[in-house]
Write a protein that binds this ligand. Structure first.
Ligand code: NAG
Ligand code: NAG
Length: 365
């Protein structure tokens, strides 16, 4: 890891970064947002109100009586992105977490919204609030200029959603009192008590935990140019790098902040701009920094790849073993296939969490 510091140029990174992340308190700042005429509620999907999920008697009691803040030590912190395109997926994911949580009142959601989203943060905030009236959450604005500068080296990359990179910035976006967070993608449902995932300890000085897949061919995530340059491939010396999916991660934000992991990831992104060391995506820089050094969480917490490939019409089946989280990573999304009348068998496991109210009901509002 130390060699990374010397191989990667950081000057530009420092220059670009400073003013670009903005933290929003939804109860204050979001109200002062310029509101589009009639808001965005007219075209955003409409959701039914979720059933209310409440803590059982055995749940730890909040130490901040009557005042919910994200600094409450009894909270389980979950970070997700929220955008108009995947809103239906996000709402299902939240619903699934609450439904299976032993202490749903103790779950606190941190939603990251992109500045470029056609829906305003305010209207996305309102959708969440009206769907889950008693949910503890906060909405943050992600100014993606910083990421755009880091990935704009080709047209193809410009098409990538900068929000994919928001997970790199959680340690700065969330309040300093949040010392651990579970990051979740929007195309998944949790079918087990999230507290179990929260309780997993990160041994040694590990910064993140995620299921590892050591049989996956790790070579293919990087270019021949990367592997043939000893100065680069040396980065994996002394560790056994394995693929992991960044859609489900337990992150120690204290260690992340101390080790300045944002800069380490961005350093590789800068290098990628100069010479192509990996193919498109937000994953390879994560692999470069963490692969071989992640806490291996049970595979049940990320049964990924269920999206398969819509173009090929392929459906995936589950990996063997128990399941605590189903993840439709890949091209196909369950809501699209269900709406099109061509669902994969496992898409029916997503439907029970869907709160979307179809179009004709929207028009009567
Ligand atoms: C998580 O850890 C806490 C504190 O150690 C414990 O009280 C609780 O039972 C654990 N919950 C689960 C679901 O493992
Ligand atoms: C892994 O992928 C690389 C590059 O695509 C290929 O050259 C290599 O043969 C693969 N290794 C295995 C074990 O499949």
């Amino acid at each position: 890891m130390l060699s990374l510091q010397s191989t990667v140029p950081f000057t530009l990174t420092l220059f670009v970064l400073l003013p670009l992340l903005v933290l929003l308190e939804p109860s204050h700042a979001i109200r002062s947002f310029p509101i589009k005429e009639n808001g965005d509620r007219g075209w955003l999907p409409v959701f039914a109100e979720a059933p209310e999920y409440r803590n059982g008697a055995e749940c730890p009691v909040s130490s901040f009586k009557g005042c919910i803040t994200s600094c409450d030590p009894s909270h389980v912190h979950i970070a997700m992105t929220l955008d108009s395109e995947y809103l239906r997926g996000s709402i299902s994911a939240v619903h699934s977490v609450l439904r299976h949580a032993s202490c749903p009142d103790n779950v606190f959601f941190h939603f990251i919204v992109a500045e470029s989203d056609p829906a305003s943060p305010r209207s996305l905030d309102q959708v969440v609030r009206s769907t889950f009236p008693s949910l503890h959450f906060k909405v943050y604005l992600f100014k993606e200029t910083v990421v755009k500068n880091l990935i704009s080296s080709s047209i193809r990359q410009a098409l990538e959603n900068p929000l994919n990179y928001a997970r790199n910035y959680l340690a700065e976006i969330l309040e300093p009192c949040v010392d651990r967070v579970i990051y979740l993608d929007s195309d998944l449902v949790v079918v087990d008590d999230i507290q179990k995932l929260w309780n997993i300890s990160l041994s040694g000085l590990r910064v993140i935990g995620a299921p590892e897949y050591c049989h996956a061919n790790f070579t293919r995530y990087f270019t021949d140019g990367f592997w043939s340059d000893p100065a680069m491939s040396r980065i994996f010396l002394g560790r056994k790098p394995c693929y992991f999916n960044t859609g489900v991660m337990v992150m120690d934000l204290v260690r992340w902040r101390q080790g300045n992991y944002r800069k380490r990831i961005e350093g590789w992104m800068e290098l990628q701009k100069e010479r192509r060391i990996y193919e498109l995506g937000s994953l390879p820089p994560f692999l470069l920094v963490f692969a071989g050094d992640v806490e291996a969480i049970d595979h049940r917490w990320n049964q990924h790849g269920l999206g398969g490939d819509n173009v090929l019409g392929s459906c995936r089946s589950l990996h063997p073993g128990p399941v605590s989280l189903l993840h439709w990573s890949g091209k196909g999304k369950p809501w699209e296939r269900l709406d099109a009348g061509t669902p994969c068998p496992l898409d029916h496991l997503w439907s029970p969490y869907d709160l979307y109210k179809p179009q004709h009901q929207q028009q009567t509002q």
